[in-house]
Design a protein around this ligand. Sequence first.
Ligand code: ATP
Ligand code: MG
Length: 150
Amino acid sequence: MRSETLKPKKRRMSNITLTMIKPDAFSKNFSGKIMDKIYDAGFTIRAMKLTRLSEERAKQFYAVHSERPFFNDLIRFMTSGPIIAAILEKDNAVDDFRKLIGSTNPEEAEEGTIRKAFAENIERNAVHGSDSNENAQIEASFFFSGKEIF
Ligand code: ATP
Ligand code: MG
């Protein structure tokens, strides 16, 4: 056997997005139904874990919103219980996943979207999806080491 066949397969980390099933949806046992919609839309899982954000980590993840009036509430919510973080793969993953989850405010989300079906309100909105390819890479590395990505 040639030595390079023993090395882990290096796959390009393109066409990925990072999602979180947020504490509201996880605590209501919506994770399975949400995952069904994600699979039905053609995404595959490269990495996945159940975890809980500390205050420090949540502030880091949402640093871009630190000056917004809803920031403290958002951090309280996102640290209130476990989340499922996952790296999803598909052609055009970032844009297609944003379409699948729907608008930030579930009242404005289209029928058939994850937020329309499972979100409570603009804050407790069930899922996160990366907003650019660059942020997808940053957010994937925030949650997963190379060994945890398949
Ligand atoms: P996410 O980044 O979680 O995928 P998003 O990109 O649709 O959501 P952002 O503008 O990035 O929305 O806001 C990040 C998160 O902050 C939202 O998902 C929501 O939980 C919360 N949030 C956003 N706007 C408000 C608001 N006006 N009031 C309360 N919470 C808000
Ligand atoms: Mg966002």
